[in-house]
Design a protein around this ligand. Structure first.
Ligand SMILES: C[S@@+](CC[C@H](N)C(=O)[O-])C[C@H]1O[C@@H](n2cnc3c(N)ncnc32)[C@H](O)[C@@H]1O
Length: 269
């Protein structure tokens, strides 16, 4: 079979399995299986594949067809300027979280050597992006999950970024001060989980399910800026709760799709 035939078979298979972007996914998976750039799938389209190349491609396409997240099947994923290792130990970093980093950078403009805390770091996405884009920052990243922290450590090493990784339950035992605390806490309702995309069943439930983490952060973060990623339906409520807790300069920002996804406030007391 030629590369073009294998590619079109993969596209058809993934479409039949309910994947929204079957061509894109098939191209990325095939390029990874063959260790080539995506463009080379087309420049080599009539090349016959060896049995071992086909076996590699089949395995990756089968995993994606079982609705495993593309980032887990590929094993790495882009986040801002970083390439992060991604696997079942932590949530796949989402594009909207890139906007959270953007807000943090804007708030820290003019502050030299800022001290930053990323609570619930997962792959390390937010903490590592901030360290990469503000090399003068001192960044501490926490997670309750030892597995997630290990993955974040691997990502820090692979990207040659120096951050402190600490296992902690939210802010328990974390000594400040910090100019900015940022978090993308879990915000899916336990009752919502079953109705969401099957891909989410591969991600750690502790990274998804809201068990009151957002409220606890609002109640305990008492250092400078607090920047939270939130469920779009709850941004106004979180903003109200931050106001009620005594934060000033509350602002709600949107992701690239225009949804209210980021709430920030400043503790000045
Ligand atoms: C939605 S994921 C966000 C991961 C990463 N920051 C990102 O944006 O891609 C939430 C993270 O918070 C962690 N987490 C959940 N409850 C926690 C708690 N009580 N204390 C610390 N971390 C917690 C989870 O293990 C998970 O890594």
């Amino acid at each position: 079979m030629t590369l073009a035939e294998v590619l079109s078979g993969a596209v058809e298979y993934l479409a039949g399995r309910g994947i929204d972007t079957p061509r894109l996914d098939a191209e990325l998976l095939l390029a990874r299986a063959l260790d080539v750039q995506r463009i080379e799938l087309y420049t080599q389209h009539d090349r016959p594949l060896t049995e071992s190349e086909r076996a590699r491609a089949r395995e990756l396409v089968r995993r994606r067809g079982a609705r495993e997240p593309l980032a887990y099947v590929l094993g790495d994923w882009g986040f801002r300027r970083l390439t992060l290792k991604t696997d079942r130990r932590a949530l796949v970093p989402r594009p909207e979280t890139e906007m959270v980093v953007e807000r943090c950078l804007a708030l820290l403009k003019g502050t030299d050597e800022p001290r930053i805390l990323d609570v619930g770091t997962g792959t390390g996405a937010i903490a590592l992006a901030l360290k990469q884009e503000r090399p003068d920052a001192r960044v501490v990243a926490t997670d309750r999950s030892a597995d997630a922290l290990q993955l974040a450590r691997e990502n820090a090493t692979a990207n040659e970024l120096d951050i402190d990784l600490v296992q902690a339950d939210l802010l328990d035992g974390i000594a400040g001060p910090f100019e900015l605390v940022v978090s993308n806490p879990p915000y899916v309702g336990a009752d919502e989980l079953a109705s969401l995309d099957p891909e989410l069943s591969y991600e750690p439930a502790d990274a998804l399910v809201d068990r009151g983490q957002t409220q606890r952060l609002i109640d305990t973060a008492r250092f400078g800026w607090l920047v939270l990623e939130v469920h779009e339906a709850r941004a106004a409520d979180v903003a109200d709760r931050m106001t009620g807790a005594g934060f000033d300069e509350i602002r709600v920002s949107q992701d690239l799709a225009g949804r209210d996804r980021i709430v920030e406030g400043r503790w000045t007391k």
